[in-house]
Design a protein around this ligand. Structure first.
Ligand SMILES: [Zn+2]
Ligand SMILES: [Zn+2]
Length: 105
């Protein structure tokens, strides 16, 4: 299936400004399987992204990795009754097969 794209004028629902959804972006959206038109102009998208990043950074908590003892940051309030891992150990932990059932005594 081939589709041709043409620049399209959209209105940002955030600031109400008109912006151009370029043919190139439309193609990118289609490749990504995104069916909806962008709701925000590139400026507002950038701002929203920065705000999310800032909110995430503000939410980071310093922890000590339960596995390797390295200082790390996690994007949630660490619980004292649960081990916390640095990103490396978290990845290793997540990719590890589930522990085998304890052998019968
Ligand atoms: Zn906008
Ligand atoms: Zn670690």
């Amino acid at each position: 299936m081939t589709m041709t794209f043409a620049d399209k004028s959209l209105t940002c629902r955030e600031c109400g400004n008109a912006f151009v959804w370029t043919a190139g972006e439309q193609e990118f959206y289609q490749q990504k399987g995104l069916l909806h038109e962008p709701q925000r102009c590139p400026d507002c998208r950038k701002k929203a992204k920065a705000a999310r990043a800032a909110a995430r950074a503000a939410n980071m908590h310093d922890v000590i990795c339960s596995n390797c003892g390295k200082a790390a940051q996690v994007p949630f309030e660490p619980r004292t009754d649960r081990p916390v891992y640095c990103s490396e150990c978290f990845e290793a932990h997540r990719n590890a097969p589930p522990p085998a059932a304890a052998p019968p005594a």
